[in-house]
Design a binder for this molecule. Sequence first.
Ligand SMILES: Nc1nc2c(ncn2[C@@H]2O[C@H](COP(=O)(O)OP(=O)(O)OP(=O)(O)O)[C@@H](O)[C@H]2O)c(=O)[nH]1
Ligand SMILES: [Mg+2]
Length: 632
Amino acid sequence: MRHIVIGTAGHIDHGKSALVKALTGTDPDRLKEEKLRGITIDLGFAHLDLGAVQAGIVDVPGHERFVKNMLAGVGGIDLVLLVVAADESIMPQTREHFEICRLLGIERGIAVITKADLVEPELIELVREEIAAAASGSFMEGAPIIPVSSLTGVGVEELKTAIRDVSLRIPPRPADRLLRLPIDRAFTVRGFGTVVTGTLTSGEVRKDEEVQLIPGGLTARVRGIQIHGRATDHAIAGQRTAVNLQGVDLSHVERGHVVTVPDQFQATQLVDVRLSMLPAAQPLRNLIKVRFHQGTSEVLARVSLLGRDSLGKGETDYAQMRLDAPLFCLHGDAFIIRQFSPTVTIGGGRILHPGPAKHKATDRQVRADLETLDKGSFAEKIPVFLKAHSRRMLDLRELNTLLGLTNSVIRAQLQEVAKSGAIIIVTAPVPILILPGTIVNLERETLALVSRFHSDNPLLKGISREELRKRLFGDLPMEVFRSCLDGLVQAKKIWLQDEMASLHGREVQLSEVELLLRDRIESVFRESGYQPPSISELAASHQADAALVRKIYFWMLRERILVKISEDLTYHREVLEEIKHKIHASYSPGSRFGVAEFKQLFDLTRKHAIPLLEFLDRERFTRRQGNDRVLL
Ligand SMILES: Nc1nc2c(ncn2[C@@H]2O[C@H](COP(=O)(O)OP(=O)(O)OP(=O)(O)O)[C@@H](O)[C@H]2O)c(=O)[nH]1
Ligand SMILES: [Mg+2]
């Protein structure tokens, strides 16, 4: 069974609502005022049961003052019924509605000549010719044109057959996208609470699942779903859907909000677009205010043209829209713009980037990037999205905020892009996508920083890993840092030892003077044996620059020539080895000895003996037991 959504379109009073009633038995005009005035004001809905084809019909108003309502209804439709009254033929809103369908990228239509009972057959033929001429070169070229009388019923069955035929040829909506249900109506039902309706443009929604409303970010639970008035557990893309939301108050929900999956999307106030002006439109001046329609929402916006003062009638170019209020849209979504006043439709196009940076109007690269987002393949677009982000990388989730694909689809597609070498995927809980050039730059900066660190700190072995990360990768994900460093280590450009990064192959080189001092300090520690000097004593006795002594002392610690065992006790490594030897020579493993014995063995005072014993405990050479030590 195929589910499709049909929209009516056409001039006021041309018989759209009467046609919906003739097709379905439902009068789509539901408001009191509509019945009173005999015109449609807001969207109306009906269900057309054609057996294998189940269609939701959205009936739109023809009055020029209500085109904004028409726009909220026409967004998600698969097929348009372009209604033209036989006694009036094509009129201004026939053209405006038709242009809107064209700009929104609607791909299929059937023209219906209504009120066929009112005119002679020759006139119907004239209207048919006018419609064919207007449709030429558009998505409706060659579309069926069917005369109908809603009054007598003539042509209604033929129209149903045409609708069934066209519908069965409509490819199913791609199943690769996440849930989006742009709300066109919100109301309360006694005993149930808030209900929203709309055309489920992508994905699916299930009973009891959690959903989010954007903008606003409120979450709710799906308490019930209805399709064409029947309760169901599950609705899919292409169905007119009513959702009973638990946990949100009606006052927080309105037309223009979108029901979607939780924690994935956010609204935007800046979008990059491809904008086409209608042939009859006034030229659009840079930064002029317009009405921006997308999905079921309408916001005011300024059009920032790229390095030009105006966009003339019939012209197409890239532009950035600054929206007055947040709106939820994705790459590839269609939109319409209408003049601020008087409100007429002047153009429309496609969203290229739903969350870009602000552009400099003169930046040539911007135009090239937008062209790729407009015309490029998926693999060509991804690097542009990465480039457009300030960090020049995105995690998979962030990228999908722009695309709205299902998890498995986006993962598979990105694997393909990575295989081509256009991006690098860094493994992380949420995989991170980076341009190869960004990694190259980070590696170059890392090498430069390490080598600068070496020249500033010649006696240090290298920069600590953590400091390196803070200085260069401060706001970048840990995994990116790790991957860069690993890459450099594998390429034998960096040495990583004891959490210290140094240039590969680098040895700390001491100057002549430093070498001499180093030798002297070493012999002092060797010769003083079990009672080594403190560092201040050391500096004083050598009459050398205290800072230099300190520097070399620290270097010797890092090189493990000296070992610091407590705040003010440092031993030569060999002396410590000797101490261990001597203990082994005097005791067998498992035997005990006390502090006094230890003092005696090495001829030590408490000042040296206690820190030494504690050091040996820490080294797991001995273990303290009461006041004694056990040799391990
Ligand atoms: N004789 C005749 N009258 C029709 C036919 N279809 C509609 N009408 C009449 O035309 C008038 C307008 O019909 P609607 O269906 O309300 O027109 P509409 O296009 O929905 O108008 P809006 O929604 O306001 O744009 C009504 O008085 C209908 O009875 C038809 O096939 N034959
Ligand atoms: Mg109507």
